[in-house]
Design a protein around this ligand. Structure first.
Ligand code: HEM
Length: 311
């Protein structure tokens, strides 16, 4: 509002008004005013509820009596202004709307008029009107400032909410996009896992095949090893048999040679055979001896050496 002193000028408040108001005994009036005032408040359920919810009639009675006593003071100075703002703040805090306040103020106004009734001081009704109006205007102005402050707070809260809502919407969109991506990634992962599982199956099958083949190979090697051993044994046996046969042949050749020699010797002895027959027998004997020597060489030759043909 415009400056308070300027407004007091508009109300035509003067020191004379303060003097006129002082003729009333405000302290004496405070008790009866307060009792009458709260009797009316108690009769209105929502006002009675408001008092009981936020305060008590005892506390209110003390506050109201102090208020009435101070109506004797002129409505000037910072302390007065601050007191009126505090009254408005308290009522705003407890949720008493200006219409109830103004309606209740009618009671105080009426009591003040009754007190002035029949008094001789000519300026008393006007001074009372100025004084009570000053309080009313200040309280209502403070109410208005309070409401403007609340509106600003509401506006701030609304813009904060709107910002938060926009942010939430943006975050929700981001989350939705992330969820879509995650779903797609999950699908790809599932495909990958299926491929890996398939690959694993193939590898397992191949491994099983390799194991089977290795088993077969191992068995084949064992068989082969057996066969080799057997072959070696057979070869040894063959070699032994060949050696035995060769010895047998040597023995037979020797027997043959001995028999031939014996026969020749017998014939020489018995019939005096000629030297020529003896030579021939000797030649055959030499030839037999050569075959025996060749056989003996073959038998004593190291393994793998080429066998010479029997003479
Ligand atoms: C004629 C108008 C009224 C005047 C002049 C008046 C005056 C006051 C004053 C001076 C206070 C103390 C303020 C402070 O602590 O700084 C107060 C507080 C209070 N008033 Fe009023 N009042 C009025 C109307 C009402 C009405 C109609 C109600 C309705 C129920 C009400 C309920 C209260 C409550 C609940 C408190 C708070 C008390 C506390 O904090 O314990 N007032 N009032």
């Amino acid at each position: 509002m415009t400056g308070w002193n300027r407004f007091l000028g508009f109300l035509e408040w003067s020191d004379a008004d303060a003097g006129v108001l002082a003729v009333l005994d405000w302290a004496a009036l405070a008790g009866p005013y307060t009792d009458a005032f709260y009797a009316r408040i108690r009769a209105v359920p929502e006002l009675d509820h408001l008092v009981r919810e936020h305060s008590s009639y005892e506390r209110l009675a003390a506050a109201m009596q102090e208020y009435v006593r101070r109506l004797a003071d002129p409505p000037v100075g910072e302390a007065y202004l601050e007191r009126m703002r505090a009254v408005a703040r308290v009522h705003g805090r407890v949720g008493l709307s200006p219409d109830w306040y103004l309606g209740a103020y009618r009671l105080l106004w009426e009591y003040a008029l009754q007190a002035a009734w029949g008094r001789r001081e000519a300026g008393l009704p006007a001074a009372l009107a100025k004084r009570l109006t000053a309080d009313l205007v200040l309280t209502i102005s403070a109410y208005q400032e309070l409401m403007e402050e609340r509106n600003r707070e509401l506006e701030t809260a609304r813009s904060l909410l709107s910002g938060a809502e926009q942010q939430l919407t943006a975050e929700a969109a981001e989350l939705a996009a992330a969820a879509t991506q995650a779903r797609a990634a999950g699908g790809r992962m599932a495909q990958l896992l299926a491929a890996v599982a398939e690959e694993g199956r193939t590898v397992r099958e191949q491994a099983q095949g390799a194991v089977t083949q290795a088993d077969a190979g191992s068995r084949a090697m064992t068989v082969l090893g057996g066969q080799v051993a057997e072959t070696r044994k057979t070869l040894e046996e063959v070699a032994a048999a060949e050696a035995a046969a060769a010895l047998e042949a040597v023995r037979a050749a020797l027997d043959q040679a001995v028999a031939a020699f014996t026969a020749v010797a017998g014939r020489l002895e018995e019939s005096g055979r000629s030297i020529h027959e003896l030579d021939a027998a000797t030649g055959r004997l030499e030839s037999q001896a050569g075959r025996v020597a060749a056989l003996a060489r073959q038998l004593t030759a190291p393994a793998g050496a080429g066998k010479e043909a029997m003479p």
